[in-house]
Design a protein around this ligand. Structure first.
Ligand code: NAD
Length: 364
């Protein structure tokens, strides 16, 4: 397969971590007989520096012509960077919101997994031996409470604020389909999270998810109320495979899920549209405090590249090869500085590119 991959290196540690992910992709492509062209794209601070805008029409067009886009991270230190003296719609993050919209990315995938070797980092029952979990949150990204009509009004001296949550059948069906397809590539279980005991949008959500489930008889579906899900995530995260939920619940639960891994440098993410196109990026930001020092952890970006292989290119064996190489690297004890706990020997900490090399060498 000959692929066209957009690469947004971005700001801060972005260029360092994307370089490692490209190194890994090159290795996996050469081992498995694929080729790729990498198209550099500017977004965020780097685009402001070049064009005075966080996103240009040309970048959107170039991204549309790619099979998928890999991104480092964008943004700078809000206290010191000149980008944050610009109006909000000209700042780096505005470019990211705009490109997601322009590319129709409605499904946000945030895996949260804990390797047994890193169980010490998990804040739950800290240090429990052998604890591990591996779940993915599929969040609807373009509807619900964050996109409904909103206003604040004053009547007879009383101020009232209103936000509206709206979901259509079609919006629910397309995200449910994504969740079932993803579960088919994993352990075959979907937990649909809503607040169906209160909200009409949730009752419709539950009905449409159940209807969609009929097309996926091999997948187990369970429904869970969002308050219970918030508790279960910190009580027994091992029970989850795929969690599918609406925009606001997904926003909150995906941050909760990432915190229980305790390792921000390890968590990938993807945003998908209705076809196989996706934007793949680490869950963390541009870490301006450590940029340019070759000490960032590239694993979240490398695992984002593995998600690209799996979800945009349907290359499951290749994706497994990358994920297994990361797992082996961790099992063998290699660590970047962020994975070394207080009191442990820091002198053996690997740099960003050394970690990229070690993972690349382990791809089979
Ligand atoms: P951050 O995730 O960049 O950093 C938080 C802390 O985690 C820092 O101490 C950082 O050094 C550390 N860290 C993050 N990634 C790491 C890695 N790969 N290896 C080792 N350590 C790592 O969050 P922040 O400081 O709140 O934000 C910095 C900038 O990133 C801001 O401009 C913010 O808007 C932007 N941001 C961008 C995205 C994105 O591109 N999608 C997401 C979140 C934040």
């Amino acid at each position: 397969m000959n692929l066209k991959i957009g690469v947004i290196a971005g700001d801060g540690i972005g260029p360092e971590i994307t370089a490692q992910a490209v190194k890994v992709l090159d290795r996996v492509f050469s081992l498995y007989g694929h080729t790729a062209d990498y198209i550099p794209l500017l977004l965020g601070g780097a685009s402001i520096d070049a064009f005075g805008e966080p996103l240009t029409e040309e970048t959107i067009e170039q991204a549309r012509n790619c099979d998928a886009v890999l991104m480092g991270s964008i943004g700078g230190d809000a206290a010191t960077s000149p980008w944050y003296k610009l109006p909000p719609d000209k700042r780096p993050e505005a470019g990211l919101l705009r490109i997601r919209k322009a590319l129709g990315l409605f499904a946000n995938l945030r895996p949260a997994s804990l390797y047994p070797e890193l169980a010490d980092a998990c804040p739950l029952k800290s240090g429990e031996e052998g604890r591990s979990f591996d779940l993915i949150i599929v969040r609807e990204l373009t509807g619900g409470l964050y996109f409904g009509e909103r206003y604040t009004r004053e009547t007879d001296g009383v101020v009232t604020a209103v936000d509206t949550a709206v979901y259509s059948e079609n919006e629910i069906r397309r995200i449910a389909k994504k969740a079932f397809e993803i579960a088919g590539k994993r352990r075959g279980k979907v937990t649909s999270v809503d607040k169906a005991n209160v909200l009409d949008t949730s009752r419709l959500w539950r009905k449409i998810v159940a209807e969609t489930a009929a097309d996926y008889p091999e997948i187990t579906l369970e429904n869970m109320l969002v308050d219970n899900c918030a508790m279960q995530l910190v009580h027994a995260p091992e029970q989850f495979d795929v969690i599918v939920t609406g925009n606001m619940f997904g926003d909150i639960l995906s941050d909760e899920a990432s915190m229980i891994t305790g390792s921000i440098g390890m968590l990938p993410s993807a945003s998908l549209n209705e076809s196989s196109f996706g934007l793949y990026e680490p869950s963390h930001g541009s870490a301006p405090d450590i940029a340019g020092r070759d000490i960032a952890n590239p694993i979240a970006t490398i695992l984002s590249a593995a998600m690209m292989l799996r979800y945009s290119f349907n290359m499951n064996t290749e994706a497994d090869a990358v994920e297994n190489a990361v797992r082996q690297t961790i099992t063998e004890g290699f660590r970047t500085g962020d994975l070394i706990r207080a009191g442990e020997d820091r002198s053996a900490a690997l740099g960003c590119s050394a970690m990229g090399d070690i993972i690349t060498e382990r791809i089979r």
